[in-house]
Ligand binder design. Structure first.
Ligand SMILES: NC(=O)c1ccc[n+]([C@@H]2O[C@H](COP(=O)([O-])OP(=O)(O)OC[C@H]3O[C@@H](n4cnc5c(N)ncnc54)[C@H](OP(=O)(O)O)[C@@H]3O)[C@@H](O)[C@H]2O)c1
Length: 377
């Protein structure tokens, strides 16, 4: 059973098996086909992103797993704006913190259907995926404070991916876009220095991740590997999106791990970590997912990094943007700064997209954290 989202709160149950969906979804798709209706324009995306918005959903139905997450919420928003009918999985459809921001999106009342599913339950996604044209598999736990890495991170990431792909196989899905990560790309012991260009031919090494007790990184590495193997064995067309640290505005009311990385620089901390990460805007990440589904020639892995920057550089940017905000003055250790490196932009740009500059992404994150009262200034 799917839950038909409504901003007003009450829900209507629609049967997946009987293929009954909101009639407006079909009407909208039909009008689009006839050239009479266009999804609303997207005023917030970058110019070349906006150009890429020419594509039409043609009334297609897609599934987004983990719909209430940080990245997925933007994905759902942009898919609805593009005219898609979206089925989004949530673990608890009765938790308003996970659903209200989705139900409030433009088009949600007519074309968003929430359904309950858990990565660890076999067949959990069958009903939500059956009859869809495409699936975006974003659900996977992303946090670092774990006590049991196997149960908390590895099982949901790997078994969850296989469960979702098994449902896709049963549902004859045309293409699955899997949200992987730069975590599955760059952690293999190869040196990463300013002259090195990391690209989609790199794969993280499970041994290196395990040695360094990088459990989240391991979960993404194993999950992507499992996805490619399953796809090959079962002839499923998958594309992976491999973003680095994702920042930019939050749609959901709760704090996610990557936005917390910015919050931790403006909430009174006295030191910043001695780490260099790639950074990318959440709207660019969401749009890349959509184009990876829509562009027939899209294939393989898409590394998404606007810029690799050390935390000291982030602090410098924040200080320039908000001179009165107290930011950490010192690095957490006295070792040499972890070097930056480059990440190839070619494949991302082949989707017709351009990156939001890191300065804009940081500003959008801070404004959003302020608006949602995670920080006061
Ligand atoms: N943010 C980043 O910097 C970043 C970078 C690279 C890749 N990624 C990947 O992007 C995806 C989304 O990340 P995010 O940053 O948007 O994280 P997030 O806001 O924490 O979202 C994670 C989502 O996964 C769902 N989930 C976790 N365990 C689940 C389970 N057992 N069953 C069903 N759903 C489960 C959560 O559902 P509930 O809402 O029910 O908790 C939530 O919707 C993940 O695959 C992550 O690895 C993130």
């Amino acid at each position: 059973m799917l839950t038909h989202s409504s901003p007003a709160g009450p829900t209507t149950h629609l049967s997946v098996a009987s293929g009954m969906y909101h009639p407006f979804a079909y009407l909208f798709g039909l009008l689009q086909l006839l050239g009479c209706a266009r999804p609303p324009s997207l005023p917030f995306v970058r110019r070349s992103t906006a150009k890429a918005i020419g594509g039409m959903s043609n009334g297609k139905i897609v599934c987004v797993t983990g719909g209430s997450g940080y990245i997925a919420s933007w994905l759902v928003k942009l898919l609805l704006q593009r005219g898609y009918t979206v089925r989004a999985s949530v673990r608890d459809p009765d938790d308003p913190k996970k659903t209200e921001h989705l139900r409030a999106l433009d088009g949600a009342a007519e074309r968003l259907h929430l359904f309950k599913a858990n990565l660890l339950e076999e067949n959990s996604f069958d009903a939500g995926i059956e009859g869809c044209d495409g699936v975006f598999h974003t659900a996977s736990p992303f946090y670092h404070a774990v006590t049991d890495p196997q149960a908390e991170l590895l099982d949901p990431a790997v078994k969850g991916t296989l469960n979702v792909l098994a449902s896709c196989k049963k549902g004859s899905i045309k293409r699955v876009v899997v949200t992987s990560s730069m975590a599955a790309v760059a952690y293999n012991g190869r040196p990463r220095t300013p002259d090195v260009v990391v690209d989609d031919t790199w794969f993280s090494s499970p041994e290196v991740c395990e040695q360094d007790k990088q459990w989240y990184v391991l979960s993404k590495t194993l999950a992507e590997d499992a996805a490619w193997k399953f796809a090959k064995e079962n002839a499923i067309d998958i594309v992976t999106i491999n973003p680095a640290m994702v920042i930019g505005p939050l749609l959901q009311p709760t704090l996610n791990t990557s936005a917390a990385a910015i919050l931790n620089l403006i909430n009174g901390s006295t030191t910043y970590p001695n780490l260099s990460f790639g950074w990318v805007n959440v709207k660019d990440v969401a749009m890349a997912h959509i184009l990876a589904f829509e562009v027939p020639s899209a294939s393989g892995r898409y590394c998404l990094v606007e810029r690799v920057a050390h935390y000291s550089e982030l602090v410098r940017i924040i200080r320039k943007l908000y001179p009165s905000l107290p930011v950490p003055e010192k690095c957490a250790d006295d070792k040499p700064f972890v070097p930056i490196y480059q990440v190839s932009k070619e494949k991302y740009k082949s989707l017709g997209l351009d990156y939001t500059p890191i300065e804009t992404s940081i500003k959008e994150t801070i404004e959003s954290l302020k608006e949602k009262n995670f920080v006061n200034f």
